[in-house]
Every structure is written in structure tokens, then in C-alpha cells.
Design a protein around this ligand. Structure first.
Ligand code: C2E
Ligand code: CA
Ligand code: CA
Length: 730
């Protein structure tokens, strides 16, 4: 059975997919932020290292200035000074000091060297402005020291170097190192001073950048540049700004690997989307199969109605609902009449179509909140909540009975089926679902007893009847086991012409411990329903045969129920009993009804054929009450017809009956059958039936059913008389 797509809950699948997608996006975002943060922090650290390297480089250039001066002085023993102001050329050549001066007391220039050439005693104007305050301050310091501790001034007195970063008036910037050149003869404050100037020009900066492998290290006038290193003089004034292009290795790496990363990310995203789509489809399929499984677990596969599991759930729900609404629940049990024989004669496919059609019609007839369920075979049940009166319940049941009255089309055939319905109307919170169903079934049973095609509403009387039947069943089984209480009465059958006893019909009686004597009407149907009939039938046959032998009865007639003929062993059983009791088959007559002939022609015909060929005679009982027409008799060869008492007893009142009886008798004799008139109660009837050609007469006019003893007496008495019997038993 296909499950409609509306049964599939797409929500769950979509939810899984959306959750996964959002989760993946979040993870991707977190990864990107983390990656970016890592790149930034790596590059930040790298930038700091570059900055430190540059600052260190500049610091080294500055301190190198002083170191070079010391070296120059130490190398030349007498401190690179020729007494008249000799300057080691290496200072301005190898060491690359732009300018070197030796300055005597009172600022007199003793020697000057500019860019590696001696420049006599010339001091560049721009240098003069810068040097003056530094020299003044240094001399003041020197004077103080010489005064405090002259020993300090011996040796190279390196600790007294003035090292400054300065901006020149011509726009240059540079470092200045001034150190005293110690002479023992010096007056305090009159030391010669060696001045070195190193310009921080583009070349120096560029070389520094090259040495440090810092890209594009250069000076800038823009103080907002980034990154920025500010060179300041001792007063904190900006002398120069340096900037460079940070190498940002992480970013570079990122840029280099970007195409590969993007490709990888795109590939991962593609894979992820593919997985999501697959996941979506898979969960949809799973959802669908889950929905289908749920549907199948709750519905009948053939008719699509609820199955027993769903029925039980709905019944529980209905009970809760009615509790809230203070109404009653109507539980209806529905049975398709004679479904088994429909199935047998028309085939299972036709049976299925009928079941589907019945469930369709039941569903159509019921409102939305009712549940129609198939509980198995041809058994349906309906739960109808919210019933307020018994009248409403009856009306609903009546509608269900009517719903199959229009024929069902089966190919070329149109067949009409009927339903048997039993219903229980209950305040459901007081009762279990099983009990409600049981009550509906009890009512259904009553409907079937009443001839099907209708409905009954459960009442407690039905249960009492059922209990009583159950008790009777137990007692009947018991009676057969103990052989106590069952008796046979014998009603003589007279020859219509000679009025002598031709035989007797055995009629069963039961002395019930509670009810006293019961006639067959009170227990044969019960025996048939419960299957006791086979055993009871055999008991009757055996005792009838025994009696016929003992009493010298010419022929004994025994009634057989249609149910007994369902047992294929029946002919064999009858013959076996005859053999065991020693009664010749010719002395037994088997009485069957039209019901027997109707149930399964071929098998019954075979069974009857077997009995007749063994010499047993077969009589068709109650002829005229059922469907059997006279022509019907041709195919069912029987030895005798027993015209039902309803004809016999109306023979005076209705002239038409006379014609019918005449016709029956005529046809029967043409077919070689004998005819018995049953239920002859007066001489008028007796005479009429005799006149019409009946062979035998049976009825209260001649004798009521007798006890075996009375029957024996009657036979004995008759045997002693040659005339027509005078003792008619009332
Ligand atoms: P049946 O076979 O038609 O038996 C004749 C019934 O009509 C008997 O009722 C009998 O007492 C009654 N009867 C006879 N003459 C007259 C009459 O003049 N007027 C009226 N009104 N009734 C008359 P009984 O004994 O109550 O049996 C009822 C039915 O029970 C029988 O109908 C038969 O079908 C069935 N039955 C009886 N014994 C057995 C048995 O051993 N096995 C089976 N399967 N069915 C039996
Ligand atoms: Ca009979
Ligand atoms: Ca009869």
C-alpha cells in the first residue's frame, strides 16, 4: 500500500540539514576568525621584531660613532693626535664619519675633515650651531670632574663622551659624538675635543634596511605613517621619522597559498553540500519508510481502515473524549453475512473486493470522529463517540445495515450482501474496552440468531441468555457422557391405505436437571452450534436402531441435521452403527432437510448416494417450507417426501393448497418417491391427504410421540389385530 507523501514529515529532515548547515557555517566562521587572528598576531610579532631590529641598528650606528673614536685614538698610541691636531683619516674614510673635528679650548677648530678629506680648520656653519651647546655642556662637565677628581681625566676617559641625535639647520639629521682627548697638561676645561658627525641620510637608512633585510626602509615626513620609528634629540624633539614596508610573512604565506586554500575550501564546501543533500534525501527516505511502517502497523493492508492496534488506541481515546463530553460511546461489531460461502463460490479476489467495498461504505456512512476498523476476516468494528441517546445509536446501526443494500458490482455480476450488526452503547469510563467489545459481540450473536441482516443493541438479558446457553451446553455434554436424561420418543407412521404402522420416527427428548423435559427445539440448535450434534446424532441413531430391533419396528426414521452432513465421515458412521447394532439398512430411514441439500450439492449427493446404495432410505423432511421446488427434486434423488404440517393443516381452509399437494404427490410418484403427510390432526386432513395420494400419514390423529414402552405396546397390540387399530393415542 502506497503511503501518500503527506504522511512524510519533511520537517525533521529539513531540521537536520539546516542544523548541520548552520553548524558548518559557524565552524567555518570560527576557523576564519581564528586564522585571521593567527595571521595578525604572527605578523604583529614579526613587525615588533623588525622594529626592534631597526632600533637596535640605529642604536648601533650611534654607539659605533663613539667606539670608532676610541679605536682611532687607541690605534695611534698617542691618541691619534699629532699634537697639532692630527685626525686619523680612517674615521672619515673606513668608519664613514661624515665630518670629524678637533676642537681646542674656546671653540678653536684645530683640524677638520669632511667626507674623508682634510678641510683645514673650517667648521661647517650648520655644524657650529648644533655643536656649540653640546660642547659647552661637555666642557662644563669636564671642568667639574677635573676639579673634583683629576685622576678621572687620565687614560681615554671614554665615559665622558657626549652622544647626541640632532637635526642640522641645513635640514640634515645625524648623530654627534664628542669625546675629550686627554692631555696631562690640560687645564681644567681646556681639553681638546674630538667631534664625529654621522649623518642619517637615505644611504645610511637604505644600507641599514638592506643589512636587516627590511623592505623599503626610508625616512618620511609624514608622522602618521605606519609603521613608524621616531628619532628624537635629547630634548625630545623629533629629528627624523623612519618607516618601512613590513614583511608580514603570515599574510604573504596566506596570499601565496590562497588559490590552493580557496580551491580546498570550495572542494570541502562542495563535498559538504553533497553530503547534506545525501543526508536530506536519506532522512526523507527514512522518514517515508518510518511513516509507512507506522501506517502499516496501524492499518489494515487490504481495506486501508484501522487495524486492531489502532482500533484499541482509538477506543481508549474515545473513552477519554466521552468522559469530557459526558456522552456515551457506541461500539459496533459488524459481520458480513455468509462471507465464507461468498468467498468459496466467487473466489478470494471477489471476497477482497467485497471487503474493500464494505469498508468503504461503512467509512462513508460514519462521521470523521468515528473509527472504522477491520479486526480480521469479515469482522469489522466501528467506534462512534459522542452518542447522547439510544435512539441515536439505533439510527446509526440502521444506517449501517442499509449501507450494503445497493448491489456491489463484480465484473458482470451484481451481488447484494447483508450485514449482521451488534452494538454496545456504554458510558465507557466505567468499562474496559474488551468488555465493550464483548458486549457488542454478544449483541452480534443475537442478530445472527435472529436471522442476520439486522442489528441488536446489547442489553443484560442477552448476557443471561448466553450464560444459560453455556450452562445448557455443559449439561448436554454431560448428559451424553453419563448417558443420563436423554430419551427417544417414537411417533408411529401409518400406511395411508391399510392404516397399519409402517414405521416410527425417533424424536429426541432431554430431561434436563434444571428445566425438566425439553423438546428438541430447545437444544438441537445449541447442539448444532457447539458441534455436539455429531455425538448426539450418533447417540440417537444407535438407540433408535437398538429399539427398532427390540420392538420389531418395520422401519425407524432418524432425523439428521445439515451440520452432521458437513462431516464427510457421516455415511461411514451410519453404516458402522447399523452393523454394530445389527439393524438391516432397509429398516432405517434418514430424514434430511432442504438445508442439507442446499449446503454443498456434490458432497451431499455423494453421501446420500452412498447411503441409498447401501439400502437405507432417504426422506426429505418438512417439504414445502424451504426453497426446494418440485423440479429441484430431479437432481436430488430421495426416496420419500414428507409434506410439511403447515400444508396439511391448511388443506381445508385454502383450496390452492390442495392443488399444490396434488402436484407434489403427482411429481413424487412420477419420480418413484413415496409421500408422507406430517402433522395430521383430524380425520378431515387424514381423508384429504389419503385421497390426494399420500402414501403415509403421521400426526396426533394417529399418535403423539410415544415412550419406547408405549410404542412397543402399540406394536404388540397391532400385531394381535388384523383390523384397523382402534387405540388412537392422543
Ligand atoms: P420434525 O422432524 O418435523 O418432527 C416432527 C415434529 O412435529 C415433532 O416435534 C412432533 O412432535 C411434531 N408433531 C407430530 N405430529 C404432530 C401433529 O399432529 N401436530 C403438531 N402440531 N405437531 C406434530 P418435536 O419432537 O418437538 O421435534 C421437533 C423437531 O426437532 C423435529 O421436527 C426435528 O426436526 C427435530 N428433531 C427431533 N429429534 C431430532 C433428532 O434426533 N435429531 C435431529 N437432528 N433433529 C431432531
Ligand atoms: Ca422429521
Ligand atoms: Ca417434519
Amino acid at each position: 500500500m502506497a503511503v501518500s507523501s503527506s504522511f512524510v514529515d519533511r520537517g525533521a529532515s529539513a531540521q537536520i540539514v539546516w542544523t548541520s548547515a548552520i553548524l558548518a557555517l559557524c565552524m567555518a566562521a570560527v576557523a576564519m576568525v581564528a586564522g585571521w587572528w593567527a595571521v595578525q598576531s604572527i605578523d604583529g610579532r614579526w613587525l615588533n621584531e623588525e622594529r626592534t631590529a631597526i632600533e637596535t641598528g640605529i642604536f648601533q650606528i650611534r654607539t659605533q660613532l663613539a667606539t670608532d673614536q676610541n679605536t682611532a685614538i687607541i690605534v695611534d698610541g698617542d691618541i691619534g693626535f699629532d699634537g697639532n691636531g692630527y685626525i686619523d683619516r680612517r674615521l672619515t674614510t673606513v668608519a664613514g664619519h661624515n665630518r670629524a673635528y678637533i676642537i681646542g679650548p674656546r671653540g678653536r677648530i684645530l683640524r677638520a675633515s669632511v667626507d674623508g678629506h682634510f678641510a683645514g680648520r673650517t667648521l661647517l656653519m650648520s655644524d657650529a650651531f648644533v655643536l656649540k651647546p653640546i660642547i659647552d655642556e661637555l666642557r662644563l662637565k669636564l671642568a667639574r670632574m677635573q676639579f673634583d677628581d683629576p685622576s678621572l681625566m687620565r687614560g681615554n676617559a671614554t665615559g665622558l663622551t657626549a652622544l647626541e641625535t640632532v637635526g642640522f639647520s641645513n635640514g640634515d639629521q645625524g648623530f654627534i659624538s664628542i669625546r675629550p682627548i686627554d692631555r696631562p697638561s690640560s687645564e681644567p676645561g681646556s681639553s681638546l675635543l674630538l667631534v664625529s658627525i654621522k649623518l642619517i641620510d637615505q644611504a645610511v637608512i637604505k644600507k641599514l634596511g638592506t643589512d636587516l633585510k627590511v623592505a623599503n626602509l626610508h625616512r618620511t615626513t609624514d608622522p602618521t605613517s605606519s609603521p613608524l620609528i621616531v628619532l628624537r634629540d635629547s630634548s625630545g624633539k623629533t629629528v627624523a621619522n623612519l618607516t618601512w614596508t613590513p614583511s608580514r610573512p603570515a599574510q604573504a604565506l596566506l596570499r601565496e597559498t590562497a588559490p590552493a586554500l580557496i580551491t580546498l575550501a570550495a572542494f570541502c564546501a562542495g563535498m559538504f553540500i553533497a553530503i547534506l543533500l545525501w543526508l536530506y534525501k536519506t532522512t526523507l527516505v527514512l522518514e517515508a519508510s518510518r511513516a509507512q511502517a507506522t501506517y502499516l502497523s496501524l492499518h489494515d493492508t487490504l481495506t486501508g481502515t484501522a487495524n486492531r492496534a489502532l482500533f484499541e488506541r482509538r477506543l481508549r481515546e474515545a473513552k477519554e473524549y466521552q468522559f469530557l463530553a459526558e456522552t456515551k460511546v457506541l461500539l459496533i461489531s459488524v459481520d458480513v453475512d455468509h462471507f465464507k460461502s461468498i468467498n468459496d463460490t466467487l473466489g478470494h479476489a471477489a471476497g477482497d473486493i467485497i471487503l474493500k467495498e464494505v469498508s468503504r461504505r461503512l467509512t462513508l456512512e460514519m462521521p470523521e470522529d468515528a473509527t472504522v476498523a477491520r479486526l480480521g476476516g469479515d469482522e469489522f468494528a466501528v467506534i462512534h463517540p459522542g452518542i447522547i441517546s439510544e435512539g441515536q445509536a439505533r439510527w446509526i446501526c440502521q444506517r449501517l445495515v442499509q449501507c450494503t443494500k445497493s448491489p456491489i458490482v463484480l465484473g458482470n455480476e451484481r451481488i447484494t450482501i447483508t450485514l449482521s450488526i451488534g452494538a454496545a452503547l456504554e458510558k465507557a469510563e466505567e468499562m474496559s474496552g474488551e468488555e465493550m467489545l464483548r458486549r457488542a459481540d454478544v449483541a452480534l450473536y443475537v442478530t445472527k440468531q435472529d436471522g442476520r441482516d439486522g442489528f441488536s443493541l446489547y442489553n443484560e438479558e442477552m448476557d443471561r441468555t448466553r450464560r444459560e446457553r453455556r450452562a445448557l451446553e455443559v449439561e448436554l455434554r454431560n448428559a451424553l457422557i453419563t448417558n443420563e436424561g436423554l430419551h427417544l420418543a417414537y411417533q408411529p407412521v401409518y400406511d395411508a391405505k391399510s392404516k397399519t404402522i409402517a414405521g416410527a420416527e425417533a424424536l429426541v427428548r432431554w430431561d434436563n436437571p434444571r428445566h425438566g423435559r425439553l423438546t428438541p427445539d430447545a437444544f438441537i440448535a445449541l447442539a448444532e452450534e457447539t458441534g455436539i450434534i455429531d455425538q448426539l446424532g450418533e447417540w440417537v441413531l444407535r438407540h433408535a436402531c437398538r429399539f427398532a430391533l427390540e420392538a420389531g419396528l418395520p422401519q425407524v426414521a432418524v432425523n439428521f441435521s445439515p451440520i452432521q452432513f458437513r462431516n464427510p465421515k457421516l455415511p461411514a458412521t451410519i453404516l458402522a452403527v447399523l452393523a454394530e447394532e445389527g439393524l438391516p439398512p432397509e429398516r432405517l430411514e434418514v430424514e434430511i432437510t432442504e438445508g442439507t441439500l442446499l449446503q454443498n450439492s456434490e458432497e451431499v449427493q455423494a453421501a446420500l448416494g452412498e447411503l441409498r446404495s447401501a439400502g437405507i432410505s432417504v426422506a426429505l423432511d418438512d417439504f414445502g417450507t424451504g426453497y426446494a421446488s418440485i423440479s429441484y427434486l430431479r437432481s436430488y434423488a430421495v426416496d420419500k417426501l414428507k409434506i410439511d404440517k403447515s400444508y396439511v393443516q391448511r388443506i381445508d381452509a385454502e383450496p390452492a393448497i390442495g392443488h399444490i399437494v396434488r402436484l407434489i404427490v403427482g411429481t413424487a410418484s412420477a419420480l418413484g418417491m413415496k409421500v408422507t403427510a406430517e402433522g395430521v390432526e383430524d380425520t378431515l386432513q387424514s381423508d384429504a391427504m389419503t385421497e390426494m395420494g399420500c402414501t403415509y400419514l403421521q400426526g396426533y390423529l394417529y399418535s403423539r410421540p410415544l415412550t419406547p414402552e408405549a410404542m412397543t405396546d402399540l406394536l404388540t397390540t397391532e400385531a394381535g389385530q388384523s383390523q384397523r387399530p382402534t387405540h388412537l393415542i392422543a
